[in-house]
Design a protein around this ligand. Structure first.
Ligand SMILES: [Zn+2]
Length: 341
């Protein structure tokens, strides 16, 4: 099969296009003909060797995809060849206490497709049968490929962990990112008021179009001051911080007493200075989030394509996959960057 892969850690410029063997499935697995995959920052960390585990080489990368079922193992009954499916990347053992109680992202063996095994940047990918979900009606492969990591992480952060509700004020950093766009839609769906940040003026109107109530260009205005002004000093019920080092202390300042601050991603670095007094002094809850559960996916998929609908920035051909990663690193995008195969 045709695949994009790399044979050593380093920049996206190491990515090669070539022919690798087709995956062989066992009786519990599904073979999917990949039609589209979307990019995540995780792909870059794995590519650059920042992920704290040995990555098998040559490595087919990428975690989020959508495509058509090509073949199913004999124990897989919920999909059949020809079905259009989302390839959901969260893989767990399936038999431990956490898995059996529906908390598969707390499984000791939990990992994401495309990290410790071959991912989705190829014509075919194999996954456990329980990792494919039928694509909701009226979603393209490109849109369906953009759901997995972003909507699961944001649903788990806002709904499951922070209990978002009507009237809440939610700050979501990076409104133009994949998680940012997903988070704005989910928070609005629950009737919250959304404040978001962007780093470019051209993103302001786009953030407004997907429902953000207040958009702050953090390059022109300190976001903590902006949140104080917007909320008249009341601050936020929930703050979603996937930026990390550059913003985390500010995020704590932006939370009101008893509020929640969620951390994941940490795209600017994971070592932040934190003033503990501000955490206990305000009775804050700090939530670390790594994905969510398959049960949450099965639940939130019913809200596509309305009110939830992935925002696609751009679509690249597989042969131009290096350009796609270059764009991801440039931050000059709004929504998800997708590669079609
Ligand atoms: Zn398990």
């Amino acid at each position: 099969m045709k695949a994009a892969f790399y044979t050593e850690h380093g920049s996206y410029e190491n990515i090669k296009i070539g022919i690798l063997p087709d995956p062989q499935i066992d009786e519990n697995e599904v073979l999917v003909r990949v039609k589209a995959f979307s990019l995540n920052h995780l792909d870059i960390w794995v590519m650059e060797g920042m992920y704290p585990a040995e990555i098998p080489m040559p490595h087919i990368f990428g975690s989020d995809a959508a495509g058509v079922v090509e073949k199913v193992g004999k124990c897989v009954k919920h999909v059949k060849p020809g079905d259009k499916v989302i390839v959901y990347p969260g893989i767990s053992c399936g038999v431990c206490e956490k898995c059996l109680s529906g908390q598969d992202n707390l499984c000791n063996q939990y990992f994401l497709l495309g990290v410790l095994n071959n991912g989705v940047s190829a014509e075919y990918v194999k996954v456990p049968g329980i990792n494919v979900f039928k694509i909701p009606d009226d979603l393209s492969f490109e849109e369906a490929a953009s759901i997995g990591i972003t909507y699961t992480t944001m649903w788990h952060s806002l709904v499951t962990r922070s209990n978002v509700k009507a009237g809440d004020v939610v700050l979501i950093h990076g409104g133009g990112s994949g998680v940012g766009t997903a988070g704005i839609q989910i928070a609005k769906m629950f009737g919250a008021t959304v404040i978001t940040t962007v780093g470019d003026d051209w993103k302001v109107e786009k953030a407004r179009q997907i429902g953000a109530d207040y958009i702050v260009n953090y390059k022109n205005l300190d976001f903590v001051d902006a949140v104080k002004q917007i909320t008249e000093g009341k601050m936020c019920d929930i703050v979603i911080d996937h930026i990390g080092k550059e913003t985390f202390q500010g995020s704590i300042e932006c939370a009101k007493r008893g509020g929640s601050v969620v951390t994941f991603g940490a795209t600017t670095g994971g070592e932040a200075t934190i003033i503990l007094r501000k955490i206990f002094g305000k009775n804050l809850r700090i939530h670390g989030v790594y994905m969510g559960t398959k049960g949450e996916v099965a639940h939130y998929l019913q809200f596509f394509p309305n009110p939830l609908k992935p925002v696609i920035d751009s679509v690249f051909e597989l042969d131009n996959v290096q350009e796609a990663y270059k764009k991801l690193l440039s931050r000059q995008f709004f929504g998800k960057i997708v590669v079609k195969i």
